[in-house]
Write a protein that binds this ligand. Sequence first.
Ligand code: GDP
Length: 536
Amino acid sequence: MPSIADEIASRRTFAIISHPDAGKTTLTEKLLLYTGSIQTAGSVKGKSSSKHAVSDWMDIEKQRGISVTSSVLQFTYNGCCINILDTPGHQDFSEDTYRTLMAADAAVMVIDGAKGVEAQTVKLFRVCALRGIPIFTFVNKLDHEIRDPFDLIEEIENVLGISTYPMNWPIGCGQNFRGVFDRASRHVLAFEGDGRANATKKVGEIEASLGDAALDELIGEENHRALMDDIELLDGAADEFDLDAVRSGKLSPVFFGSALTNFGVEPFLKDFLRLAPAPSPHIDAVSGDEVDPTADDFSGFVFKIQANMDKNHRDRIAFLRICSGKFERGMEAFHVQGDRKLKLATGTAMMADDRAIVDEAYAGDIVGLFDPGIFSIGDTLCTGKRHVRFAGIPTFAPEHFARISQVDTLKRKQFVKGMEELAQEGAVQIFREIGAGMESVIVGVVGVLQFEVLEQRLKSEYRVEVRRQPLAYSDIRWIANDPEELDVQKLNLTRDTLRVEDMRGNKLLLFTSPWNIDWATEHNPALRLSEFGNVT
Ligand code: GDP
C-alpha cells in the first residue's frame, strides 16, 4: 500500500496553456494516447471533435460543440498520477480559464513555431507568472516551416520576461525537418516522418552523436554543420540549466517538437515528469505557515464553480483543489467561510471520457463536490484541530463590457437577484457606474461567450429577459489606493474613461485603450492601478 507521501510524490498537476490553434488539444491527445488513457484519436473534446467529453452541461455547449467550463483529465503513466487541467481557449475562454491556473502546480505553454508568442499565451502566462509556477515550453509544428529558433527563444524571453533553457534543438523544419538534438544526452533524435498524423507511437527516433560521420548521412552534411554551429552558440551563450530556477518559474525549459506527427512528445513527457514538481505546500493565510501536502489533515480550496451540470438538478459543482492529506468520500470537513462542518458526501473526478465518482483523492488532485449553493470561489475546506485558510483567488481583469438592462421593468427584483447571484458564483463580474442605480448594470467578461451564458441563465433560471448594449471599453484597472487617500471623482481622466465600482465597493476605472491607462497614470501621479482585483 503506498503511503500518503508516496501518493503525493507521484502526482503532477498541470495546465496546458496556448493561443488557440497552437496545438494544445493535439498535444493533450497525444499525451493521453502515449499513456494508454485513450485508444483513439479524436476523443479529446475540441472544436472538431464530435464526441463531447465531460462537461456538456448546457445547451449552448451542445449547439456549438465546445465546453464552457474547464475540466480535469486524470491518468497514470510510469508510476505517476497525472492531472491535466483543461484551460478552455477558443470562444469558451473565460475567467474560469484563469481560475483553473490557480489549481495547477506547473504549466505547459504550447507555442506555434510559425507564429511565436501570441496574445492569449501572454495573458495566460502572466497569470502563471503571478503564482511563480514552473512553465515548460513546447514549440510545436516543426513539421511545418517555423521561424528561426533563436528568434523564437528571444521572443519568449523578451515578450514574457522569462529566461529559457532549450532542452533540445531543432534540425531544420518543414520539408527539411530532420529531428532534434537532445542537449543532455548529446544525441540526435532523427525524424522519419511519414506524415501519419495519428500514429500512436513515436515516428522513428534514431540516436546518434554530434560529430559522428554517420550523422552526415542521417540529417545531411549541411544540416549537421548548421547544427554544430547552433549548439556551439547555445552552449556558449544560453543560460545554464538550473532546476531551482525552473521550479520557481524563472527559467523555462524549451522543447521543440511536432504534436501532430508525434515527434518529441514522449521525450518531452519524460523530462516534464522528471522536472515538474509534485504538489508543493500552499500558504495558510491565517498563520502564514506552509501547509505540508503530506500532512495527515486534509485541506483544499474551491477554484471554480460550475452550475447546472445536470439540467434536472439545480445543484452546482464546486471544484476543489486538494492541498494536503487525503480526501475520502463521505468524510467530514470544516468549511472555513461557512464556519461549519460538512459531510463531503459525493466527490467526482473528471476522467478522460467519463465522470466517475471518487472514493479517495490526494493533495494535487481535483474533486468536484456537489454544491447546493454553499460554496464560493476561494473557499477553504479542512480537517484537523487547526483551521487553515488559503489565500483566495484573484479577480481577473475582464476585457469585454456591456450594459445589461432588464426588458420588463416590473421584474426588477429578479433581475437584481439574478445578476448578483451569477456574479457571486463567478460567472460574470458586475459593476455599477459610480453614482448610478441598479436599473442597468455594467457586466465585464473575459470571454464573450459568457454574455450568452449570462443571458441564457437569466432567462431560464430567473425568468428575466435582458437587453445587452456592447460598450467600447477594453481594459479595466482596480484602484489600489486607500479610499481615504484618493478621491476618485477628482481624478484627471480622459473623457472616455469611466469610474465604476464592483459589488464589494472597490473602485475601478474602465478604459477604451491601453493608451488611456498611460494617460491616467501620467496625469495622476498618486494613482495606483492594479490589473488583478482583490482576492476573494
Ligand atoms: P488548440 O486550439 O491549441 O487546441 O489547437 P489544436 O490542437 O486543435 O490544433 C490546431 C490545428 O493545428 C489543428 O488543425 C491541428 O491538426 C494542427 N496541429 C497541431 N499540432 C500540429 C503539428 O505539430 N504540426 C502541424 N502541421 N499541425 C499541427
